[in-house]
Design a protein around this ligand. Structure first.
Ligand code: ADQ
Length: 803
């Protein structure tokens, strides 16, 4: 501001001075012109008065009297001095004081004497000469101005001489100087006045508002001022204030956004998201492609009345792997099990998905009913499923089922190899126990492929697994993979022990690796989880419980398709849900499972019965809702379980029900994940009492759905999830007494403790979500070293058929 003022003052000084000097100069010129004109007029007028008398005197020939006449005619000293010249240009008479005559130009008389016309001019006569008139030599230092006017003298028509009048014109210069002096003083006064007024105005109208506004902006920058205060600080500079205020608002918004982004970045360091996974996958895979193989497809076409719908199974695996497949435009190979699937593929059995925004390829594999029955229901679900779950359901191994299992694995391998034929160094991710033989088949055909398999169910101890007649073949098939993943470490340990017993291989218990026939397989735990949606709380319908797609129909693993249609309970609030179920004011417990004997549904019901028996004050105060999705309904053991569950529910209800209350509500159907989440949110306790479970996603979904940080999780210690969720009430599901006690503890737990436990478990699930699971598997499989010699071969050189 100081510098600004200095510059302003300098500019004013120069400006005003230039303008004033210019205008004074023009004043001066005009004034001088007027004075000159006036002097000329007066001299002419004076000459015109003398001329006849002098001419008469000359006509009389009385030239000797001429000086006297001239003296007489020049009555006052301020009148012009006079001189008369004859036609030869000789001075014949003068008033005697004409010092300037010597300065007259040589031709000054020529005009009046020869042309008979007047001549007039201003003369500058050196002061010395002027002084010479007084007889003193002063030096040639200054000049005096004279006005000289020469007019012809006539005798009739004849020019007889010339009269020269010399008037002192010095006063013109003097007066000019006075004009300049006056103007100078005026200029000085004006400059001072203008500068002072301007400085005052700058101070009042500019400096103070600008200082205030600057101070406001500084405080705003530091986050200590409100945007709304701005207009007040700007005073009369309202338009500027408006602009700056909107700028400040943008600044505030930008700062808030930057802070939010920073928070997200910070959070992202812990929390995996679909986007982060996609970026990570692109980095890891480079130009490579991911191929996923699973029994269940991520999109299925089914008929709904007259309409064909594309439905999405509520699968955590689909949620986790879709971002990766989309990021690298990969291929998912799965059994085309939808009734209308065949109508939606091209001639190569492929279609692009997701249908609304195609980003990757789904390759459907067709199975005959015999294949489906032998490989899926038979060997996979009547053999391997009970073999791997210690749930005391006897596995059934039929040679025919085994044949179909091998056949279907080979079929998938062939399709996969066909899909990969133009891909350099593909990455293959096989899902689950349906494809134990696939890794070896792929590896034989494509040794350059990096192959991972994830076993979603438990791996039992070596003795248990050893009852399988084809254990060696299964283990050998798995050992074709570079990476074999289980949910938890103890499953990895069991697998290594099984390998030790089943076949010739070198197991390394330090590295958790197995070398067989020169090929190395790493065995690692990758605890699967659910998706975590940071913003789920803001959107009631968007529930972060591991089933990533809302608003679409869903299909559960190998269940009969059930549409979303008319849910019995569809509300967004707990109280509404309670009202719909007729259990207002009661505490509610929930169980959400496929109707599977491994889930411990009957054991859970027995614990509820025991609770009411032992603690009758809970009568009419608690309700247990069991949501059971029909599953593998064609398998006798599942049909038997269903009957057993229904009978147990009926018995308990019959035993304790009153006119307005039933202790157990059984909802036997597939619900949408929105519905399931509403039950999670409304339940005081979630009961997960699996007799044996690889992980159990219901436990984690319950935690993810509880944004209110309330609720209690009762969790079987035989579920993989128990390894991570130490704040759950862990139970042995076979111990009815213990489960009952855990339920009672949960019902009576203080809100503070509920919150503390829930917060800790939610943090665990948030930080170890399903995107992290996928990224860990992907990182490890991409890090697998394939021998250079293998990599150097091109895909076309490799054998295309299976051994
Ligand atoms: P599952 O045995 O199917 O999975 P689980 O992990 O509990 O068991 O997942 C069940 C899924 O089905 C959950 O997403 C749940 O919400 C949903 N679900 C259950 N009943 C439902 C119903 N009635 N309506 C709608 N949805 C319902 C296998 C292994 C597990 C392992 C998973 C993932 O057996 O141990 O955790 O794979 O690896």
């Amino acid at each position: 501001m100081h510098f600004f003022r200095l510059r302003l003052v300098a500019a004013l000084l120069v400006g005003i001075t230039l303008i004033s000097v210019g205008s004074t100069y023009f004043d001066f010129l005009a004034h001088r012109h007027n004075l000159r004109s006036d002097l000329a007029r007066r001299t002419q007028w004076f000459g015109a008065g003398l001329q006849p008398q002098i001419e008469q005197q000359m006509a009389l020939g009385q030239l000797g009297d001429l000086p006297k006449l001239l003296q007489r005619l020049r009555q006052y000293p301020d009148q012009p001095s006079l001189a008369v010249y004859n036609t030869s240009g000789q001075l014949i008479a003068s008033t005697g004081d004409i010092v300037a005559l010597g300065s007259m130009p040589a031709n000054s008389l020529k005009r009046p004497l020869t042309e008979g016309k007047e001549w007039a001019a201003l003369l500058k006569v050196p002061e010395q000469k002027a002084a010479t008139a007084g007889g003193t030599a002063q030096g040639d230092t200054a000049a005096q101005q004279w006005y000289a006017d020469a007019i012809p003298l006539h005798d009739g028509q004849q020019t007889v001489g010339a009269l020269v009048m010399l008037a002192d014109a010095d006063y013109i210069r003097t007066q000019g100087m006075q004009v300049w002096r006056r103007s100078f003083l005026n200029i000085v006064a004006m400059v001072i006045l203008v500068v002072v007024v301007t400085l005052l105005m700058v101070r009042w109208f500019l400096q103070e508002p600008v200082t205030r506004a600057t101070e406001w902006l500084r405080r705003l920058r530091q986050g200590n001022a409100e945007v709304s205060e701005g207009a007040k600080e700007f005073g009369y500079l309202i338009p500027l204030a408006n602009e700056v205020t909107s700028l400040a608002e943008n600044l505030t918004r930008a700062r808030a956004a930057a802070e939010a982004e920073a928070r997200l970045r910070d959070a992202a360091e812990h929390v995996w998201t679909a986007h982060r996974l996609a970026v990570h996958a692109r980095e890891r895979l480079g130009n490579g492609k991911l191929f996923v193989v699973s029994n269940r497809e991520p999109y299925m076409h089914v008929r709904q009345g007259s309409v064909v719908e594309c439905v999405v199974p509520p699968s955590g695996v689909v949620t986790a792997l879709e971002p990766v497949l989309q990021a690298c435009d990969g291929t998912w190979i799965a059994h085309g099990s939808g009734a209308e699937d065949a109508a939606f593929v091209d001639e190569n059995d492929r279609l692009r998905v997701p249908p609304e925004d195609p980003r990757y390829t789904l390759r459907r594999v067709w199975l005959s009913p015999e294949e489906e029955s032998g490989y899926y229901e038979g060997f996979s679900n009547e053999g391997l499923w009970p073999l791997c779950h210690i749930a005391h359901t006897r596995p059934i191994f039929r040679a025919s089922d085994w044949n179909y299992y091998q056949r279907v694995n080979a079929k998938f391998a062939e399709v996969l190899i066909e899909e990969m034929q133009d891909t350099e160094h593909p990455v293959v991710f096989v899902q689950d126990y349906h494809f134990a033989l696939l890794p070896q088949m792929i590896k034989k055909a494509r040794p350059d492929a990096r192959v991972a398999i994830f076993w979603h169910i438990p791996w039992p101890n070596a003795e248990s697994f050893g009852i399988c007649p084809w254990q060696a073949e299964l283990v050998d098939g798995l050992l074709g993979a570079d990476l074999i993943g289980f949910h938890i470490q103890s499953h990895c340990n069991n697998f290594l022990e099984t390998v030790d017993r089943a076949l010739e291989a070198r197991t390394d218990w330090e590295q958790f690796s197995i070398r067989r026939s020169g090929h190395l397989s790493l065995v690692r735990p990758f605890p699967i989880s659910v998706a975590w949606d940071e913003h789920a709380a803001e959107n009631d319908d968007d529930i972060g419980h591991g089933v990533g797609t809302t608003g679409r129909s869903v299909l559960q693993d190998d269940l009969t398709y059930r549409p979303f249609a008319v849910p019995e309970v569809l509300s967004s609030t707990q109280s509404k849900l309670h009202r719909d179920l007729g259990i207002e004011g009661m505490q509610m417990m929930v169980g959400v499972d496929r109707m599977d004997y491994t889930k411990g549904i009957v054991e859970r019901l027995l614990a509820i019965e025991h609770l009411l028996e032992e603690h009758p004050w809970y009568l009419e105060k608690v309700v247990f809702v069991q949501i059971a999705a029909p599953s593998r309904t064609r398998i006798p053991s599942y049909a038997g379980l269903r009957m057993q569950v229904q009978e147990t529910v009926e018995r308990i209800n019959h035993r304790f029900e009153t006119s307005k209350w039933k202790p157990v509500i059984l909802i036997e159907r597939q619900c949408s994940h929105v519905e399931v989440a509403q039950f999670y949110r409304a339940a005081d306790i979630c009961l997960v009492t699996s007799l044996h479970d690889g992980m159990n996603l219901v436990a984690k979904e319950y935690l993810a759905a509880r944004q209110d940080c309330d609720g209690v999780l009762v969790l079987s210690r035989f579920a993989g999830a128990a390894q991570e969720l130490r704040d759950a009430l862990l139970v042995n599901p076979y111990d009815v007494q213990q489960v009952t006690e855990a339920i009672r503890t949960g019902l009576e737990m203080s809100p503070g403790e509920r919150r503390l436990r829930m917060e800790r478990m939610r943090l665990q699930v948030k930080e170890h979500n399903v995107y992290r699971w996928a990224s860990n598997v992907l990182t490890d499989v991409c890090a697998v070293r394939i021998e250079d010699e293998v990599l150097s071969r091109t895909p076309r050189e490799r054998p295309r058929m299976l051994a």
